[in-house]
Design a protein around this ligand. Structure first.
Ligand code: T46
Length: 136
C-alpha cells in the first residue's frame, strides 16, 4: 500500500508560519467540507469505518496523532505530527485515528458533503465491498 503524504509549503517569516491550501493546487480535489476534532479523550480510537466515495486529507494542525490505514489487504500506521503535512486517505480505505496527544487538533479536508450513506461501518461489509470492487 502506498501512503501519500503531502508536505505543504509553510510561508514563514519572523512573525511565524502560515500554510495556505488551495483546491486542485495543494489539495487534489474540490474541498466541499472541512471539519476538525479536538479535546479527544485519552486512549480513544475514532473512525472504524471506510467510505465508498469520499476522499480526504488529514492534517494534525496541533499536537499529534496516528492513523491506521487498511485497504483490506495491507495495514499501515502513519504518524501525523506536523501542521504542514497532510495524509491523503482515498475512498475504500478503512481508517482508525488513535494515540491523540491531549492538545491534538485533527483537521480534515473532504471532497464531499457529509453523507451517512457513504460510510461502511462494518469491517466484514468493508471486505466484501473491496472484493466486489476488485471483481468489477
Ligand atoms: C472520517 C474520519 C477521519 C457531522 O454531522 N458532520 C460531519 O461532517 C462529520 C464528519 C461528522 N458529523 C457528526 C456525525 C456524528 O454524530 O459528528 C459525529 C461524529 O462523527 P464520526 O463518529 O463519524 O467521527 P469519526 O471521528 O469516527 O470519523 C470522522 C469522519 O466522520 C469520517 O468521515 O474519515 O473522521
Amino acid at each position: 500500500m502506498q501512503v501519500v503524504k503531502y508536505m505543504f509549503q509553510p510561508h514563514g517569516d519572523d512573525r511565524g508560519q502560515l500554510v495556505a491550501l488551495e483546491e486542485f493546487k495543494d489539495i487534489p480535489f474540490k474541498i466541499k467540507r472541512v471539519y476538525y476534532m479536538y479535546d479527544t479523550a485519552e486512549g480513544v480510537t475514532r473512525g472504524y469505518h471506510a467510505h465508498k466515495s469520499l476522499e480526504q486529507i488529514l492534517i494534525c494542525i496541533h499536537g499529534s496523532c496516528k492513523i491506521r490505514l487498511d485497504n483490506g489487504t495491507e495495514k499501515k500506521i502513519v504518524p501525523l505530527e506536523k501542521p504542514y503535512e497532510g495524509l491523503y486517505v482515498s475512498n475504500v480505505m478503512w481508517r482508525e485515528m488513535f494515540d491523540f496527544s491531549p492538545d491534538a487538533v485533527l483537521m480534515v479536508l473532504a471532497s464531499e458533503l457529509y453523507d451517512e450513506s457513504d460510510y461502511i461501518r462494518d469491517y466484514d461489509e468493508f471486505l466484501e465491498f473491496v472484493n466486489s470492487n476488485k471483481e468489477a
